[in-house]
Design a protein around this ligand. Structure first.
Ligand code: HEC
Ligand code: HEC
Length: 265
């Protein structure tokens, strides 16, 4: 199965899409005698890093160096099914999911369920509109400008608008990959991951002694999380875990890695 190139492809598409819309508007303009329709004010272009936006989406304070937030995010009290408290409630991923589909995705059931919508439908919108949402423009409870600076919010907006993977292209609802080539995945794993995580993925334990969590565990339990972290990086990891951006991975490569790492212990 062929996947789209992830980041740059999506960014270019936005430009092409815009051009198409403009072209369509022009052809729709009636007879030359009609007074020209005034074009709407163009929204400002935002400059930033959508890949960093993805790391912020995971756990923003580890990226900005801020203190972990205390207390619950204001919107948290509007749901009761997810019983976490404190800093976790401030992570974008906790409300919108690793698959970006919120209640319609993997967080539609289980302990992470909030019932909140995803962000996938916002992909392709103008980043400036997303920025406004992140500043509480649509709902004052969704104002993150109190905890993040303009650049962080801009990077997040660019991530939402331009860099979301379509999780359905990669993983089925039962967590099996939709495709991929495990042999290619093995080569990539040994070239890029084994140095830090060991040949079997067990060199770093993300859990604890009684409940160890390794690359293989995450790949099986939460393939969406693995895919997101492969594409964007691991917040606060030391040494910093390089993201797909630095390897120039495509979604195809991520599929190969996913298939292979699901076989690891
Ligand atoms: C405590 C839960 C919560 C957190 C944390 C959260 N959101 Fe939201 N978000 C919501 C809810 C609920 C909505 C629904 C719209 C509304 O009422 O504002 C929403 C709406 C959105 C939308 C609009 C979606 C659409 O299609 O209209 C975007 C984009 C978004 N959030 C991005 C983010 C980002 C990026 C972060 C991290 C900085 C974040 N959210 C953190 C709960 C949350
Ligand atoms: C430069 C070293 C380095 C490389 C290369 C690296 N990682 Fe990591 N990785 C880390 C560190 C450090 C952590 C954070 C461990 C922690 O938080 O306990 C991490 C975390 C992870 C996590 C766990 C995320 C979580 O849920 O906490 C996964 C899964 C993972 N890496 C997979 C991979 C894969 C697959 C590759 C190859 C594409 C890779 N890593 C390459 C250093 C690296």
């Amino acid at each position: 199965m062929k996947h789209h190139a992830v980041r740059t492809g999506a960014m270019r598409l936005t430009g092409v899409g815009l051009a198409l819309i403009l072209a369509a508007c022009q052809t729709a303009t009636p007879a030359p005698t009609a007074t020209p329709v005034p074009s709407p004010m163009p929204l400002p272009e935002l400059t930033g890093d959508p890949v960093r936006g993805g790391v912020l989406y995971d756990q923003w304070w580890k990226v900005t160096g801020a203190e972990a937030p205390s207390g619950d995010q204001p919107l948290w009290q509007t749901q009761t099914s997810n019983t976490r408290t404190g800093a976790d409630t401030w992570r974008c991923k906790e409300c919108h999911g690793w698959d970006y589909k919120g209640v319609e995705g993997a967080y539609g059931s289980g302990s992470h369920k909030t019932g909140f919508e995803g962000i996938f439908a916002a992909a392709g919108r103008h980043p400036f509109e997303i920025l406004a949402i992140l500043k509480g423009g649509a709902n004052p409870g969704h104002d993150f400008s109190t905890v993040m600076d303009e650049q962080a919010l801009t990077d997040l907006a660019l991530f939402v608008a331009q860099a979301q993977m379509d999780a359905a292209e990669l993983v089925n609802a039962d967590k099996t990959p939709t495709g991929g080539d495990a042999d290619k995945g093995k080569i990539m794993y040994e070239d890029t991951c084994a140095a830090c995580h060991g040949p079997q993925g067990t060199a770093i334990n993300f859990g604890d002694e009684s409940e160890p969590e390794y690359v293989g565990t995450i790949a099986r339990d939460n393939p969406w999380e693995l895919a997101h972290k492969l594409l964007h990086g691991q917040p606060g990891s030391d040494p910093f875990m390089p993201s797909a951006a630095s390897f120039d991975y495509t979604l195809d490569d991520v599929a190969d890695l996913l298939l292979y790492t699901q076989e690891l212990p």
